[in-house]
Design a protein around this ligand. Structure first.
Ligand code: ATP
Length: 426
């Protein structure tokens, strides 16, 4: 992890937030490479969840919502973690994340924990200038509620009927007791969630469907298959809304941990919103003349946590280089273009090729340092292709393409370059 954190900072993937002031705990900023990687991960998710299907629509709901939403959803009452302190060193832990029968993991003292207290994870703030309890609003702890409250809006305007889903990417906030492991657990993060509305009775079939669909998405992301597994929630792990839940877990350097949750939320959310808003949240099927409150299968994945997973999975140390073996679809730069030397018209030709590719891909021009050093820099950025303009280019208009993982080099006519890359980056 230390190597990943230092590479992430050095190469401009991730910085500590407010670093010049000493940083703020558990908040991070994405740099030039990180922002590209994050966009690519979001695009890949959106593509597979929305563009490639005709039964999922997108929304982008606001972060601040009517406070009653969080009463209805159960978060005001139940979105709590059990907080315990070590009586000796005062370190704080989540009771469900450590073994309390063992000594304190920080100071090693035995039997030193306080009793657990429930701690609500929602951030509170005030709407308007008056800071009183009537004006309390919450920063959403999940994006899902903006989907539930818009169920009828989206259904009616897009003329969808169950089974159909609504997808959303957006920020969520949780006042975590123990943030940590870099961007694995932070207090501000982005989620990519999809709620799929189905007829009660069809829920188990769709649950299985989404489990498989989501697991196979990670292949497109390029993660190693053997590092992924399902973990089924036991009765004492299930969230207050869930009938069944599976996590997709990844083997991080620190342990197997969740990257995505797939939940059968039943009719809990729509039912509760019907109760608290006094609006009818049911669906009337005019073909069968049945009316029901749809069940919801949710897939919920953290974008930042996925980005960390992608970095860890791609990180490879070889004898003479460190290389990030990203899937080309998520790599921040798709290609880097180098003139072999800064003379003989090579920079001009390299600039011309860069400009031609620029409209289509995020590419990078580099003329400084030896060619070997330029390759190494791109290996660390995870750029799948390096294109070099050399003496032969001047003679026959071909360029060298070097593949990041195999380091193989081949020559391609510069007129064929776009086509070649399009095939490779598909
Ligand atoms: P945990 O038990 O680890 O706190 P959770 O079960 O509460 O997590 P969910 O509510 O299912 O998590 O959230 C769905 C996804 O959102 C998680 O799989 C994770 O990828 C992401 N996520 C949740 N909390 C955080 C966080 N504090 N920081 C970064 N990502 C998070």
């Amino acid at each position: 992890m230390d190597k990943i954190v230092s590479l992430a900072k050095r190469r401009g993937f991730i910085y500590q937030s407010s670093e010049i002031y000493g940083g703020i705990n558990s908040c991070y900023d994405y740099g030039p490479l990180g922002v590209e990687l994050k966009r690519n991960i979001k695009d890949l998710w959106w593509k597979s969840m929305v563009y490639e299907r005709d039964d999922v629509e997108g929304v982008d709901a606001s972060i601040l919502m009517h406070p009653k939403v969080w009463e209805a959803s159960g978060h005001v009452e139940g979105f709590t973690d059990p907080l315990i302190d070590c009586k000796i060193c005062k370190s704080r832990f989540r009771e469900d994340k450590i073994d309390v029968s063992k000594p304190c993991p920080v100071c090693g003292n035995k039997e030193s924990f306080t009793d657990a207290r429930s701690f609500n994870l929602m951030f509170k703030t005030f709407m308007g200038p008056v800071e009183d309890s009537a004006n309390i609003v919450y920063l959403r702890p999940e994006t899902a509620q903006g989907i539930f409250t818009n169920f009828h809006n989206v259904r009616e305007s897009s003329r969808q009927r169950p089974p159909f889903g609504i997808a959303q990417i957006g920020k969520a906030f949780r006042n975590e007791i123990t943030p940590g492991n870099f961007i694995f657990r932070t207090r501000e993060f982005e989620q990519m969630e999809m709620q799929f509305f189905v007829k009660p009775g069809d829920d188990e079939k769709w649950f299985e469907y989404w489990m498989e669909a989501r697991l196979s998405w990670y292949e497109r992301l390029g993660l190693k298959k053997e590092k992924l597994r399902f973990h089924e929630h036991g009765p004492d792990e299930l969230a207050h809304y869930a009938k069944a839940a599976f996590d997709i877990e990844y083997e991080f350097p620190f342990d197997w941990q969740e990257i995505e949750g797939i939940h059968n939320r039943t009719d809990f959310d729509l039912g509760r919103h019907a109760e608290y808003s006094s609006k009818d949240m049911g669906f009337f099927d005019d073909q069968t003349k049945e009316k029901y409150i749809p069940y919801v299968i949710e897939t919920s994945i953290g974008c930042d946590r996925t980005l960390l997973t992608t970095l860890i999975d791609a990180y490879t140390e070889e004898e003479e280089r460190v290389v990030l073996k990203f899937a080309p679809s998520v790599a921040p730069f798709k290609a880097a273009i180098f003139p072999l030397v800064k003379k003989d018209g090579m920079p001009e030709l390299a600039h011309k090729i860069t400009d031609e590719l620029r409209g289509e891909y995020r590419v990078f021009y580099d003329e400084s340092g030896s060619i070997g050093r330029r390759y190494r820099r791109q290996d660390e950025a995870g750029t799948p292709f390096c294109i070099t303009i050399d003496n032969d280019t001047l003679k026959d208009n071909t360029v060298t393409i070097r593949h990041r993982d195999s380091m193989e080099q081949l020559r391609v006519a510069s007129s064929q370059l776009k086509e070649y890359l399009a095939k490779q980056l598909k």
